[in-house]
Design a protein around this ligand. Structure first.
Ligand SMILES: Cc1ncc(COP(=O)(O)O)c(C=O)c1O
Length: 309
C-alpha cells in the first residue's frame, strides 16, 4: 500500500536524518513535535530568528540575539533560557546536523494553553525549537555572482513588520508569486507606492548619483541584521548610504540593486519586473559591498577564534 502522503498526492518529501532541539531535548525530526494547542501553531503567537553559518562560523551572532530579545520584549514574552545557554543549544544543533554552511532556525512560541485568543494571564512555558540545515553553497555562490531577478508585489503584511514574527502568510504568498513568475524574490510595495523590503530580505538600490539607498527603519520593515552590519561597514569605508523610501520606478532606473539577508549575504539584483537593472549585470558598488561584508564577517570570525584561544 502506498504511504498516506503519496496516496493523497502530497509530497512525500520529509526532512530525513535531521536532529531538532525542542524544549530541552534533541530528537530526530520525525519524533520532534509540539502540543496541538501550542499558540505558535494556533495563532502564530511566536517569533523566530535565523543565523547564517559559513565554514562553521555563525554570522552576526550577537546582533541576531539582540533582535531576538527585542522581538520577545515587544510581545511581552520572556527568553526561555539565558543567552549563553541558548548559544550552546544553537551550536549543539548545528554540530548534530553537521552544518558547516547553512542556517540555524530558532522559534519561540508563547507555549501551549487552551485555545483562547487573549494572551493567558499565567504564562505557559514558552516553546523553544531549534533546527539546522545545510545550504547548497554552489547555488548560493552562483546567485551572488550572477545576480537574481525580483518582481514587485503588494505589501499585504500587518503594521508591526519590525517584529520578527512567524506570522508570514503574506510573505510566503508574495514569494510564491515571485517564484511563479520566474523571479527569486518579491519586492513588496506599500499603499503609497514605495518599496518596503523583500518578502524575506532587505531591499537596496544605487541611485543615479552613486548613493546607496535603503528604506529607513520603522514599523513597516524588519530591522535586518545584515542591513545594519553593512551600514556600519559602508560608513567606515566612506561609502554614502541614505535611508529613505524609493519607488519601483526609481528602482528600475537605478544603476544597481541588491538584496541582503543572513542566508543570502549580499545578492545582486539584475532585473525588476522583467526589466534589466542598468546593463543587467551586477554593479561595482554591489561588488564592493559584498567585499566589505565578507571582510567584516572574516574579522568577526578571527576575533572569535582569538578570544577562544
Ligand atoms: C522581511 C524580512 N526582511 C529582511 C530580512 C533580512 O534580515 P537579516 O539580514 O537579519 O537576515 C528578513 C530575513 O529573514 C526578512 O524576513
Amino acid at each position: 500500500m502506498n504511504a498516506p502522503s503519496a496516496f493523497h498526492g502530497w509530497s512525500a518529501q520529509q526532512p530525513v536524518g535531521r536532529i531538532a532541539y525542542v524544549n530541552g531535548r534533541y530528537m530526530p525530526h520525525v519524533q520532534a513535535g509540539v502540543h496541538i494547542e501550542d499558540r505558535g501553531l494556533q495563532f502564530a503567537d511566536a517569533i523566530y530568528e535565523v543565523w547564517g553559518v559559513v565554514s562553521g562560523d555563525f554570522f552576526d551572532e550577537e546582533e541576531h540575539l539582540d533582535r531576538l530579545e527585542r522581538s520577545l520584549r515587544e510581545l511581552g514574552m520572556a527568553m526561555p533560557m539565558g543567552r549563553d545557554a541558548l548559544k550552546m543549544v544553537l551550536r549543539e544543533t548545528a554540530r548534530r546536523n553537521r552544518v558547516r554552511d547553512g542556517m540555524i532556525y530558532l522559534q519561540i512560541t508563547r507555549g501551549s494553553a487552551r485555545r483562547d485568543h487573549p494572551v493567558p494571564k499565567s504564562s505557559p512555558r514558552p516553546t523553544l525549537i531549534v533546527t539546522a540545515r545545510s545550504i547548497d553553497i554552489t547555488d548560493l555562490e552562483r546567485r551572488r555572482r550572477d545576480g537574481v531577478a525580483v518582481v514587485t508585489q503588494p505589501d499585504e503584511r500587518w503594521a508591526r513588520c519590525d517584529i520578527k514574527s512567524t506570522a508570514l502568510l503574506p510573505n510566503i504568498l508574495a514569494k510564491t508569486a515571485a517564484r511563479g513568475a520566474g523571479a527569486y524574490e518579491a519586492w513588496l510595495v506599500d499603499d503609497e507606492g514605495y518599496i518596503t523590503e523583500g518578502s524575506s530580505t532587505s531591499a537596496w538600490i544605487v541611485d543615479e548619483a552613486g548613493r546607496v539607498i535603503t528604506r529607513d527603519l520603522s514599523n513597516v520593515i524588519l530591522p535586518g541584521v545584515t542591513r545594519r552590519v553593512i551600514m556600519q561597514a559602508a560608513a567606515s569605508a566612506q561609502l554614502p548610504i541614505v535611508e529613505r523610501k524609493f519607488t519601483p520606478a526609481e528602482a528600475m532606473r537605478a544603476r544597481e540593486a541588491f538584496l541582503t539577508a543572513a542566508t543570502a549575504g549580499v545578492t545582486p539584483i539584475v532585473a525588476i519586473d522583467g526589466k534589466k537593472v542598468a546593463d543587467g549585470k551586477p554593479g561595482p558598488l554591489t561588488r564592493r559591498i559584498q567585499e566589505l561584508y565578507g571582510l567584516t564577517a572574516r574579522k568577526a570570525a578571527e576575533g572569535k577564534s582569538a578570544a577562544a584561544e
